[in-house]
Write a protein that binds this ligand. Structure first.
Ligand code: AMP
Ligand code: ZN
Length: 664
């Protein structure tokens, strides 16, 4: 096999495995084998840039930056749907339809997925464009981001037509949403409210690599095009499935309205077992010829109707309001409820968000409250049943002192949350910070888990993350459930973490609002912890993507003498608190103040390497050409529109060799 054949074979294999895993949900090889094949393809592609393919499975990890999402018209308008809420509504609709068309009317019943609608254009079996709904006539081009969604085929299979659009919904399944939120809470950030907004927000992120990290999924429901090989909506779904799209199996053909109602009633109960959110059923006239006869109103098709499920609600007694203290000291009030069944699960607790929320709804202990499970995962209290209120109660007094350490709470202007300021002495904060420090994305200390941290703190062996590095085996073994072997492993793991690079240490310090990405940015910009420590708020704000909120938080972290002392100790233990020398050796400031756009295919370095070279030498990489661009580095096949734009703006176009010369 020659190299081109090898590449093609690997691409086809990986496509098939992606399909098995993400569309069919039945992988046939292990993750490890998959990663190996992917790596093999990446290496081959890197060494043989002439075989570049914009739809290669290796591009699923993203990396393309979109600064401004271009507005593009839809070839076929994206309509809204009319809503119905009862059997009677549906019956009225059926009557209207039957007056307008000849013959028997059948329906397709589908679930109404609650996410962000998307229109995908495929040409010759390849994904060309992904556009949001926008106002229905035109939307935003989010192709780079959408390409990272693994269940969307970049290359179709079977007998697909040469050109068509397909409509679907991009959703964030509950499981992934919950995981993302757990990570945010750990960072001291506000959790996202619901999967739907998070899904549509994800499509508009500038960095597609960030989108790639989000476990988004795409469910398809309709083809649009000229002379498509279909006569009914049900065939629409079947064909799409054959060509490799993810089309949920729930869809059903209904011979009459009774069968439609059966479907509706079934899913009203069983939708809670689905991995993603739904807010109703969409009923469509099955025959496309009949659809055409029915046509559209100003806003929506006459041949389709959404049936909306009612958000489920129950009432129960609020036994007690308790307060949780997070790693950053943030206080969250929690409603402890008399257990009650809601949307298929037993609910015992609900979030009360913050003091304002309690005051606004006038929630008191002992009240009968209405609990709702809508888009949010955690049920919420939407109001009080005042007919049940005991007239002898008085409004809830929000706590003024930390429930864990007794310190007086503070609340900063403009913030919703109260905080316990006793960072150094408040047990859940001490434990939470160390747990964050050792977590996988930070120091990733093998042999040490969250519960052991609690044990170590409670036994007075450690009080902050620097203390970890002074632990001795003989201190650990006497502890409950601590065998000799586990103690050895823990010490080994702690020792090994001294090699973890600066950016991850910085993330591990747990500075509020400094997540993984921000830590990377700061590490790269300041290079050493001392330089970062000395940066003022004004200076910090000038760093790309660092805002006021982050800047303030960084400055206040380094204003604490205790933090400084901890960091000095960590330095003396040999933890990486600056970018390592060999990494630094490759970095310069030569390109400082210059913005580059990279376009086309290169022969000596890959696109990613080129971008990295620009950044390592102090330049900035931008995704699109504007008056602010200084240079376009042009490879083979540079897009003609980019070329014209660069020329019209007088931006210098340089070759790969020119660029390498520049930094040599
Ligand atoms: P609405 O936004 O309430 O007017 O509802 C229309 C939207 O429902 C469409 O734009 C789609 O995004 C969404 N939708 C979800 N599932 C389906 C489905 N199975 N068929 C048609 N539209 C759907
Ligand atoms: Zn406290």
């Amino acid at each position: 096999m020659n190299i081109e054949q090898q590449i093609t074979t690997l691409r086809n294999e990986l496509r098939e495995h992606n399909y098995n895993y993400y569309v069919l949900d039945t992988p046939t090889i292990s993750d490890f084998e998959f990663d190996q094949k992917l790596k093999q393809l990446q290496d081959l592609e890197k060494a043989n840039l002439q075989f570049y393919d914009a739809n290669s499975p290796t591009l699923r990890v993203g990396g393309e930056i979109t600064k401004n999402f271009e507005t593009v018209p839809h070839t076929y308008r994206m309509y809204s749907l009319d809503n119905s809420y009862s059997k009677e509504d549906l019956e009225d609709w059926e009557k209207r339809i039957e007056k307008m068309v000849d013959g028997n009317v059948e329906f397709t019943c589908e679930l109404k997925y609650d996410g962000a609608s998307i229109s995908l254009t495929y040409k010759d079996g390849k994904l060309k464009k992904a556009v949001t709904r926008g106002d229905g006539f035109q939307g935003d081009d989010v192709t780079a981001n959408v390409k990272t969604i693994r269940s969307i085929p970049l290359q179709l299979k079977g007998d697909f037509p040469p050109l068509f659009d397909i409509r679907g919904e991009i959703v964030l399944p509950f499981e992934g949403f919950t995981k993302m939120n757990a990570e945010r809470v750990e960072l001291g950030e506000e959790p996202y409210r619901n999967p739907r907004n998070t899904a549509s927000g994800s499509l508009k992120l500038q960095d597609s690599a960030e989108v790639a990290k989000r476990p988004l999924d795409c469910l398809l429901y309709s083809l649009k095009g000229e002379r498509l090989p279909i006569k009914t909506q049900f065939e629409n779904l079947e064909k799409a499935r054959q060509w490799g799209f993810k089309v949920p199996e729930a869809a059903k053909l209904a011979k009459n309205l009774d069968e439609v109602l059966e479907f509706v009633n079934y899913w009203d109960v069983h939708r809670h077992e689905l991995p993603y959110e739904t807010d109703g059923v969409v009923v469509k006239v099955n025959n496309l010829q009949q659809q055409e006869e029915l046509g559209y109103t100003a806003k929506s098709p006459r041949w389709a109707m959404a049936y909306k499920f009612k958000a489920e609600q129950v009432s129960t007694v609020l036994n007690q309001i308790t307060y949780q203290v997070g790693r950053t000291g943030a206080i969250t009030p929690v409603a402890n409820l008399e257990p009650v069944e809601l949307a298929g699960t037993i609910v015992k607790r609900a979030s009360l968000h913050n003091a304002d929320q309690i005051e606004k709804l006038d929630i008191r202990e002992g009240d009968t409250v209405f609990v709702e499970k809508g888009g949010e995962i955690i049920p919420k209290i939407i109001g009080v049943d005042f007919t049940q209120r005991d007239p002898n109660t008085s409004p809830t007094n929000y706590i003024t002192e930390c429930p864990e350490c007794g310190t007086v709470l503070v609340r900063t202007e403009g913030e919703a949350q109260h905080y316990c300021p006793n960072a150094e002495g408040c047990p859940p904060q001490i434990i939470g910070r160390i747990q964050h420090f050792i977590s996988r994305k930070a120091m990733d200390i093998e042999g040490l888990g969250g519960e052991t941290v609690t044990l170590l703190v409670n036994n007075g062996l450690i009080n902050n993350y620097a203390d970890l590095y002074l632990l001795k085996e003989k201190q650990i073994t006497p502890l409950e459930r601590m065998a000799q072997k586990s103690a050895e492993n823990m010490i080994k793991g702690i020792e090994a973490s001294k090699q973890i690079p600066f950016e991850r240490v910085l993330f591990g310090l747990g500075i509020r609002y400094v997540g993984e990405t921000v830590a990377k940015k700061l590490a790269k910009h300041y290079k050493t912890i001392d330089a970062l420590k000395n940066a003022s708020e004004e200076e910090l704000i000038t760093v790309d993507e660092i805002g006021e909120r982050i800047a303030q938080s960084v400055v206040s972290f380094f204003a604490s003498e205790e933090n400084i002392a901890t960091i000095e100790r960590m330095k003396s233990y040999g933890i990486q608190l600056e970018i390592s020398a060999d990494k630094l050796a490759n970095q310069t400031d030569i390109l400082k103040g210059n913005t580059f756009v990279v376009s086309g295919v290169f022969t000596k370095v890959s696109r990613d390497e080129l971008k990295k070279l620009i950044e390592d030498n102090g330049g900035k990489v931008s995704g699109s050409i504007s008056a602010k661009t200084n240079y376009v580095v042009a490879g083979d096949n540079m897009g003609p529109s980019k070329k014209t734009k660069a020329e019209s703006l007088g931006v210098a176009i340089i070759s790969e060799d020119d660029f390498l010369q520049m930094i040599s």
